[in-house]
Design a protein around this ligand. Sequence first.
Ligand code: ADP
Ligand code: ADP
Ligand code: MG
Length: 640
Amino acid sequence: MFQKILIANRGEIACRVIDTARRLGVATVAVYSDADAGARHVAMADEAVHIGGPRPADSYLRGAAIIEAALKTGAEAIHPGYGFLSENPDFVDAVQAAGLVFIGPSGAAIRAMGLKDAAKALMAEAGVPIVPGYHGDNQDPDHLAGAAEALGYPVLIKAVAGGGGKGMRRVDHPADFAAALLSAQGEAQTAFGNPAVLIEKYVEKPRHIEVQVFGDGTRAVHLYERDCSLQRRHQKVIEEAPAPGMTDEMRAAMGQAAVRAAEAIGYSGAGTVEFIVDASDGLRPDRFWFMEMNTRLQVEHPVTEAITGVDLVEWQLRVASGEPLPAKQDDLQIRGHAVEARLYAEDVPAGFLPATGTLKHLRFPPGIRVETGVRPGDVISPWYDPMIAKVISHGPTRAAALIALARALEATEVAGTVTNLGFLARLSRHPGFVAGDVDTGLIARDLQPLTHPLPTPPAARALAVIAAAGLHEATGTGFSLWAPLRRPVPFEAPAHLQVIGPNRLRVEIDGQGHDCALHPDGWWVDGAKTGAQIHVVGDEITVFLRGAHRFQRPDPLARESSASASGLTLAPMPGLVKAVFVAPGAQVAAGDRLAVLEAMKMEHTLCAARAGRVAEVLAGAGDQVEAGAALIRLAEEEVA
Ligand code: ADP
Ligand code: ADP
Ligand code: MG
């Protein structure tokens, strides 16, 4: 086993790797950017090396600086985590050239699976079923349209260099093909610097079922499947293992195909073979096809660990340090069922917009596995993926695991930013999902009931008014400082407050009165015990009462922004301008794409709010901009 390893990553995955390394007696070195000097992974590691500025390109993507840090600290091996450099074969080669061990597959194996077209060709050769489609070199639009016609609509256009669901377009009608192709190529060019696409038959009632594999460079075993069908825009939201409705026959067929895929490329370490499954007629062994292989540890690996009892990071360290595969296929078994939800700082009603903030309050319920890279007081910065945590439940049955997940999500408290907790909790109680009737379209079909804001309980509003007055933590003495006068409280709605006795207040809001009392067991409202928790961060008040309810104390300095009406396109969050599509003088229609902003690993397309002529372009590709920065200005509207 290694004496010391370096972890070339951040956030929850860096912390998770450190946990296992520590258990195995392996010393750890963290690397960090300027934005992460106080991060949890740095605090957890035995040593830490600063590697540059907050932008990934200036730090976590700087292979040479990371290798230098490993050499300087005497680390023998580098664990890449996922994302960043984990699937970069040139980095793997450089690590090995420096005399260090890369904890993962060879550069050659990563290259073989790096582009979706070449990977499909290779897999077809190895006898792995692939999605019917065209994955040749001819990128002529007419040729591609012909290939789509031959496959039969609907089809899916995919960037060959794609990842994270980018550069992908579903096309239902031949008339829409040309436009969809152009936009897929454009997105692929901006995101990956490679516009090439392939065409696939769009699988009906698609389920995403992937198989965890583990190789020693020659032979491989599989650790069963995960179902990741609950997706939003081709991004996984909730994952589980095993797959609901899986039969022994189909499991054996998928497991064998995945092992064949891994062995065909001499795979070493942990990897995932992703399949798309046509579930229109149940799960059948002749209805699954290879999509791609992710040559790294996957975000959702904990559900596999839960059902197999294997620590996949331990296996990674053991195999990379030269030990044989820790188990044979026959040693592996499935125990119970596990479900994982990805908790993000994001504004769900606003269309899942990534959010930032200081996690003034963060509490997870006991008795459930939580993987996180943040602690109370830490910041979700605009520089990286806004993940707060992964919450993983494990139970004897699927029903038990789902209930445990739903309860854990409902009991998780985050203040200081918006989160997708409510959405995840509702999703984990969704009747179709609970019945195991999943497919990748489930979330989109039921988006409205899953995402519409829940009505705020009146008691939560009343308590927020008390917090707005600064009395939520007051004691009897605190109250007695207030004269028993009815006084206005600055709040989102007209609100008044009156102290009417020791620990008793009367709150009036929107003309409605509430009796509020602070007892030793917390706040009571209108005679009912609430169990509510109240947290105030700056002007933001969060009341936890059957979910998180956020309120804003009015900021007297806030200015009403009429920017978009006046023709200004502003950056909605801090980020990197990836592309600007217009030049001064250009005529645009409402909804036209003006620019792409990359923030928190997601791309946001900024569109024209109205028609007009571009008067000024105030930012260019490569510029780092602040939230609210003006990017493009349209000329004044001509009044007829
Ligand atoms: P995985 O199957 O392991 O999630 P993906 O290809 O979906 O792999 O994701 C690749 C990278 O993108 C991971 O590093 C992950 O952290 C990040 N990612 C995945 N989903 C999201 C999301 N909703 N928002 C931001 N980043 C994400
Ligand atoms: P990425 O590299 O972005 O992860 P994938 O090829 O893995 O791209 O596809 C991402 C998601 O898109 C899948 O999980 C699935 O939901 C959907 N998808 C991919 N291929 C097909 C297909 N042929 N038919 C239907 N859905 C598909
Ligand atoms: Mg994928």
